[in-house]
Write a protein that binds this ligand. Structure first.
Ligand SMILES: *Cc1c(COP(=O)(O)O)cnc(C)c1O
Length: 380
């Protein structure tokens, strides 16, 4: 090999690769592409012998996240995406084509509602929104064009727990696919694939990441549907970056301990709020799983409690338009997640001006309860 000069050296200097598998933490493959020694070597990617070519197609870190969640959800395969929203889009496009119809719950994450009510129309996919509280309503909304039933396992922000068994039975009877947003429950509490869901989606921005430092999504489910979703993700560029995937995987390792503590704290907070006269109604699931009922608590403050004052009096509890971090945070659905939901639908759903949504963290139970009761007392 001929001697190379400074400019060339700056680009091509390379120290020896360490022996494989010696690093305790997963390395970050922060690369946009993978290199090949010769044309045969490159051909081996297209023959399926080599896994990686270009990071928009796949990358070891994003695979780790997608396949990791697939393992925890006991699904056949999984893929990571740039956000929960793009995971939902990829899942829908894996099932529905132009002219198809989707039946969705009317109590959805605000962003999902917007995607379904507006953007999917541009793909020629129509969505009907119905209450899943009565399975008969779901059945009535189904037409001969319906290819998919979509709902959240625990809804946002009113924390209704859907009867997924009923939904699955109906879908099976009518040979329609099902897709479940399992963000609030996480695979720690619930695995919808085990109940028969064809696709399960997560905003990994929430409990999977767990530390409010990454935006990511994951779609898991049946092999053929995930393969279709992957091809959409590649073409639409909905892939996740390696570093974000690495962060989400690091967060995921502590999912169990976080969920255990956070669910326990949430249960205690829900009970304390229930008992307080400054609270009109508490929304907290009665039963999600024997491991707990999740870490989200919503409440309607009583009329005599001033909402503005309440938010000002929370001390160390921060207002944040997100959820699921290790810190307890609070949000106001009317002006954030449900801003774009039409007023009539909001009223029907019961998302009013006294509604507050709490994401319970890992702090001491006593401190969390005191912060909220204190703020309610202040705002009375
Ligand atoms: C946050 C959230 C989403 C959207 O996820 P992003 O990561 O913000 O794109 C979807 N569904 C639910 C239930 C969520 O909480």
């Amino acid at each position: 090999m001929t001697e190379i000069n400074f400019n060339t050296k700056t680009v091509h200097f390379q120290t020896k690769e360490p022996a494989r598998n010696t690093s305790k933490a997963k390395p970050i493959y922060q690369t946009s592409a993978f290199v090949f020694t010769d044309l045969d070597d490159m051909e081996s990617f297209f023959e399926g012998e080599k896994e990686y070519l270009y990071s928009r197609y796949s990358n070891p870190n994003t695979d780790d996240l997608g396949k990791g969640i697939a393992i925890l959800e006991e699904a056949e395969d999984g893929v990571a995406t740039s956000s929960g929203m793009s995971a939902i889009l990829a899942g829908i496009l894996a099932v529905a084509n132009q002219g198809d119809h989707v039946v969705a719950s009317d109590d959805l994450y605000g962003g999902t509602y917007q995607l379904f009510a507006q953007e999917l129309l541009n793909f020629g996919i129509e969505v009907s929104f119905v209450s899943f509280e009565d399975i008969q309503k779901v059945r009535e909304a189904i037409t001969d064009k319906t290819v998919l039933i979509y709902t959240e396992s625990v809804t946002n922000p009113l924390l209704r727990v859907e009867d997924l068994r009923e939904v699955m039975a109906l879908a099976k009877e009518l040979k329609i696919k099902t897709m479940i947003d399992n963000t609030f429950a996480t695979p720690y509490l619930l695995q919808p694939t085990k109940l028969g869901a064809n696709l399960v989606v997560h905003s990994a921005t929430k409990y999977i990441g767990g530390h409010s430092d990454v935006t990511a999504g994951v779609l898991v489910g049946e092999q053929d549907l995930i393969a279709k979703a992957k091809s959409k993700i590649i073409t639409l560029g909905c892939n996740l970056s390696p570093f974000e995937a690495w962060l989400a995987c690091r967060g995921l390792k502590t999912l169990s301990v976080r969920m255990e503590r956070q669910s326990r704290n949430a249960q205690a907070l829900a009970e304390a709020l229930q008992a307080h006269e400054g609270v009109e109604e508490v929304y907290y699931p009665k039963f999600v799983s024997e491991k707990g009922n999740g870490a989200m608590v919503s409440m309607d403050l009583a009329e005599q409690v001033n909402v503005e004052e309440f938010f000002k009096s929370l001390g160390w509890v921060k207002i944040a338009p997100t959820l699921a971090g290790v810190e307890t945070t609070v949000s106001y659905p009317l002006r954030t997640s449900h801003r774009t939901v039409p007023e009539t639908l909001r009223n029907e759903l019961g998302i009013g001006k006294q509604l507050v949504r709490i994401s319970v963290g890992i702090e001491d139970e006593k401190d969390i309860i005191e912060a909220f009761i204190g703020a309610i007392e202040q705002a009375k």
